[in-house]
Design a binder for this molecule. Sequence first.
Ligand code: LFR
Length: 478
Amino acid sequence: MLGHVGPGELRLQHVARFPNRPVTVPESGGAPGLHWDLLGLWSAIGDGLAQAGRSADLVSIGVDSWAVDYGLLRQGSLVGLPYHYRDERTALGVATVHAAIPADELYRRTGLAHLPFNTIFQLAADQAVGTLDTADRALLVPDLIGRWLTGVDVTERTNASTTGLLSAVSGEWEPSLFAGTRIPRSLFAPLVDPGTSVGALLPAFATSAGLGSVPVTAVGSHDTASAVVGVPLEDEHAAYISSGTWSLVGVELSAPVVTDAARSANFTNEGGVDHRIRFLKNISGLWLLSESMRTWDARASASAAPGSSSTDATRASDLATLLAAAAEVTRPVAVFDASDERFTPPGDMPSRIRSWCVEHDVEPPASQAEVVRSILESLAAAYAVTLDEAERVSGRTITTVHVVGGGSQNELLCRLTAERTGRVVLAGPVEATAIGNVLVQARAAGLLPQSSSLEALRALVREAFPPVRYEPAAAARR
Ligand code: LFR
């Protein structure tokens, strides 16, 4: 994504888009291991940067990805295939960490909600099977890409805040957690804040991509940290939903809240750009829908007549058609708990939704349209509960909800969110993550005043990408 930023200008240009598809590989005993396809991504990144360089003079490059995952290296070379956080090996790590440090104590020290895939648990799982002994460095995925681009190792702080190894209070590595888990502190490179220059492109890479000596700048390398920069929040009564694979629902605070109430509501305190706190909750998101579509497509292909090879003929699900059908559903559909852990691993979501409903004595959705409607109603219902909890636990009154990311284009979901939360929904921008990434680089490079606050950056977002407004039904309005 190429960002064009300057006085009176904030524009994004798609340069290259490629899927980020995890790969399943048989591992010890034939059990499936779910991994990043990092080499495929790296080669596509090289092509994309070369293409970007042909379109504009690049001033800076910034990398973000989802959180918690990492590559292990020894003397600069990758050892093993980086795992995807949805791999189920993490249960072992949770058990060993909790045996050393109880969950409530972990929360008090890190402010991080319990998600079984947090880096601390993944590293503990690696340690239990001896993999950590082979490594002298752990780089979170954007930092790993940064190392391949520049040769420099850093740990960007917003993403580091999702490891479960930073102190909620100081934002620095928490020595007691390394001591308690025996994860070597030396695995991690020094922490840097978004806006810090990481280094220039390695000459060999720059030459092969036809680029000059472009600097790589640390951004909010946790995608959600960049997304929150790109939310045009107006005041402290505005909450956000970063709506993609996950729904990250929360508010921005200036200090962490690590009370028992915050912990039992499973709210996390992640580090934001400019040392803000992203006080939010992970709710499963459009993953439920994309995995359902994947299941239907696979079934349709399997049952297609032998010899019919056209993928179009065998595609069961087209998003626009499914959403239109879901909007037409009139009978009430099941509202299930979208945060139930059974929905985390890849797989057949329609069957899992059905079994959740059967277990809870609720009539399961029947048709594909009903499944889609049930997913969207369940997400909107979870947002409503979560926003009420966020109000209660943070002491903020929330009147407006910004929805950014892919889900901001889902009109039915936005409408249901306004209805079920009783709050005004302001939808967009869809590319909040890329916008937040680019704005932090532009500020660091002096394309925008270096003194610009997040509020000033957000004013640019509001002007360039005016949000679409959804009103709650009059009866539900708060
Ligand atoms: C969103 C996200 C979430 C994080 C999850 C796993 O893409 O980064 O913020 O909890 O993915 O990394």
